[in-house]
Design a protein around this ligand. Structure first.
Ligand code: GAR
Length: 199
């Protein structure tokens, strides 16, 4: 089995990245992490990646001011230089331009803390509580031009309990994310490998 060369893009804590790195420590996992990139130099996740022996670097979006494409050009050339074949966004909190999304079409996935198509964007847990929903969850999806709109790969559900706050619901959802993301990444890798075999 060939393992796809994986890059993980983060912005902060990196607990989902950690879950992916733990899963990929198994040589039978279909992705091999080769690079972690953060758009924030202070992201805590960078330290975990380094300690796990994965190359980790930051490309600070602030350096580029409003020039999103220049920032993304740097990210893109860094990923290509590392021979990356699949990107997992893991708490990466920058909206990507259509240029970058198109460049990685069919090779980039994201985890989002809601049951898409509900609650795209931010404050997902509070919005689910305010709507009176009885369940929430998380979704892994292919990244497409519309934010949080790409085809769904997998979802996990958690209950919303009386008295929940955004914080308690986030704390219940996060472990579900950590279970879901490695499984969904493996499924995405299998799809890409099948596709590559045919072409
Ligand atoms: C996770 O809950 C992830 O689903 C969410 O940010 C958190 C990052 O935590 N992502 C988004 O909201 C993307 N729109 P982590 O840095 O510990 O993985």
């Amino acid at each position: 089995m060939t393992r796809l060369r994986l890059a993980i893009l983060i912005s902060g804590r990196g607990s989902n990245m950690e879950a992916l790195l733990r899963a990929a420590a198994d040589p039978a996992f279909p992705a091999e992490p080769v690079l972690v990139v953060s758009n924030r130099p202070e992201a805590a996740g960078l330290h975990f990646a380094e300690a796990a022996g994965v190359a980790a670097l930051s490309i600070d979006h602030k350096t580029y001011g409003k020039d999103r494409e220049a920032f993304e050009f740097h990210v893109d050339s860094t990923l290509r230089g590392a021979g990356v074949e699949i990107i997992a966004l893991a708490g990466f909190m920058r909206v990507l331009t259509p240029w970058f999304v198109k460049r990685w079409d069919g090779r980039m996935i994201n985890i989002h803390p809601s049951l898409l198509p509900k609650y795209k964007g931010l404050d997902t847990h509070q919005r689910a509580i305010d709507a009176g929903d009885t369940e929430a969850g998380c979704t892994v999806h292919w990244v497409s031009a519309g934010v949080d709109e790409g085809e769904i790969i997998a979802q996990a559900r958690v209950p919303i309990l009386p008295g929940d706050t955004a914080e308690t619901l986030a704390a219940r959802t996060l472990p579900a994310e950590h279970r879901l993301y490695p499984e969904a990444l493996a499924a995405a890798c299998r799809q890409i490998s099948q596709r590559d075999k045919k072409t």
